[in-house]
Design a protein around this ligand. Structure first.
Ligand code: SAH
Length: 407
């Protein structure tokens, strides 16, 4: 019996190189022709211009990333069993990490880095919050939800999973030609606030309306560091969101925390987090406003701090925005250097994937120079091990930061 050949993407000459190095994306510009009539999410074979088999991936005709690789092994079929195996491997990888043993909130699946391009699954207590960010995972959403449910039972025996909630309300979905969607995928709806633990701190997370899947799980290790350095210090938590760095600082013995954010709701949830942790209300100040304005106002009011956290949103959404973003990062870091007392600590971050670490360091160095301050890097900061970066996928690292001590 003859089978019709599977849909196949043939690449332009020379464009197989990144795939041969294990990079999981095929850009639309690398595709010479498409054979067969695959539709969005279909599994396609990927071959070089010479016809050499390279990989098997998910087709996404609307996206600049025309295919995301499921497997580089020709004998491996993409089916429900394959997805179950990948999901379970992701979950077990986390359950074996010593750092995450006592956590009840962490990333369990991190897309390309876990061999599941476009799938994000974060655990918050007994709930999962999931994002489908590509045509491939969208196609397989039902089996993936089942794989998560089954994988949880195996990886966390005795721990009940109550529900799986979807937060695919992310602009990258539109680049994939997918509608934004949120809602219940399985089990019970999450409560309006899910309580999680991080070391001595507890936090309330809004899975339905919070940023990303509800919380900045990627900053967990850095919150721990802030807590460790906070004793006896006055802390400015700029871009504070729900006050997580601030709670960590007070738990570590900070004299006071000033949270600065433009979002009223974020600051309000920060108050709830403060109360939940039984921390002194008189050491907690909220300042609502634009950080680009408020950092200057703090300076002109003569306010000074011993520890400053700068955790702004992504300033560069694309490579073309890096230059403009650099000016933004420079400005807030310049202001922070003015606000720091001698010997003070700056925890400064960029979560723009397009901003390279070396450039970020240069921007921070320039800001210090212009502010007339000297500093040294005590540590390079990144996301925790539940957000691993696949070696062949540098795009998997977006969060970078520096802990700088000023002279
Ligand atoms: N540090 C936080 C996450 C920060 S997310 C944590 O660990 O949980 C970025 C925050 O910056 C958001 O809460 C957003 O409301 C805020 N924000 C964005 N632009 C801002 C601006 N120009 N001024 C002040 N806050 C801003």
């Amino acid at each position: 019996m003859s089978r019709s050949p599977r849909p196949t993407l043939f690449l332009r000459p020379g464009r197989e190189r990144s795939l041969l190095r294990g990079h999981p994306w095929v850009f639309s510009g690398a595709v010479a022709r498409v054979e067969g009539s695959p539709t969005a999410g279909d599994t396609v074979e990927i071959r070089s211009s010479q016809g050499q088999w390279l990989a098997r991936g998910a087709f996404s005709p609307a996206s600049q990333i025309a295919a995301r690789v499921w497997t580089f092994r020709e004998e491996e079929e993409v089916n429900e069993g394959f997805l179950r195996g990948r999901v379970l491997a992701s979950l077990l990888r986390r359950s074996l990490l010593p750092e995450t043993r006592d956590l009840d909130a962490l990333r369990l699946v991190y897309g390309e880095n876990d061999g599941l391009p476009g799938l994000v699954a974060d655990r918050y207590g007994s709930h999962l919050c999931v994002q489908f960010l590509g045509a491939g995972v969208e196609r397989w959403r039902v089996p993936l939800v089942e794989a998560l449910r089954q994988g949880w039972e195996t990886a966390f025996p005795g721990l009940p999973l109550l529900g799986i909630w979807e937060r695919s309300d992310v602009p990258v979905r539109e680049k994939e030609g997918l509608p934004l969607r949120t809602g219940l995928l399985w089990g019970e709806e999450p409560p309006s606030r899910v309580e999680i633990r991080e070391g001595p701190c507890r936090f309330l997370v809004d899975l339905r309306a919070g940023h990303k899947t509800g919380f900045y799980l990627d900053q967990r290790e850095n919150r721990r560091r802030v807590q460790e350095h906070a004793l006896g210090r006055e802390v400015l938590n700029a871009f504070s969101y729900t006050g997580a760095f601030g709670v960590a600082a007070l738990a570590g013995g900070a004299l006071g925390v000033t949270n600065l954010d433009s979002s009223e709701e974020a600051l309000a949830l920060g108050e709830e987090n403060l109360l939940l942790n039984d921390l002194p209300r008189d050491r907690w100040e909220n300042r609502k406003g634009d950080a680009f304005v408020e950092l200057r106002s703090l300076r002109s009011e003569g306010r000074r701090f011993d520890l400053v956290v700068l955790d702004p949103p992504k300033f560069a959404e694309s490579a073309s925005q890096v230059e403009r973003a650099a000016r933004g990062y420079k400005d807030i870091n310049f202001q922070a250097f003015h606000l720091l007392r001698p010997g003070g600590l700056l925890f400064t971050f960029s979560c723009s994937g397009h901003m390279e670490e070396a450039l970020f360091q240069k921007i921070v160095a320039d800001a210090a120079l212009d502010a007339g301050r000297e500093g040294r890097i005590l540590a390079r900061l990144q996301a925790g091990p539940d957000h691993p970066t696949a070696l062949a996928f540098p795009e998997g690292t977006y969060l970078k930061g520096l802990l700088v001590q000023v002279e």
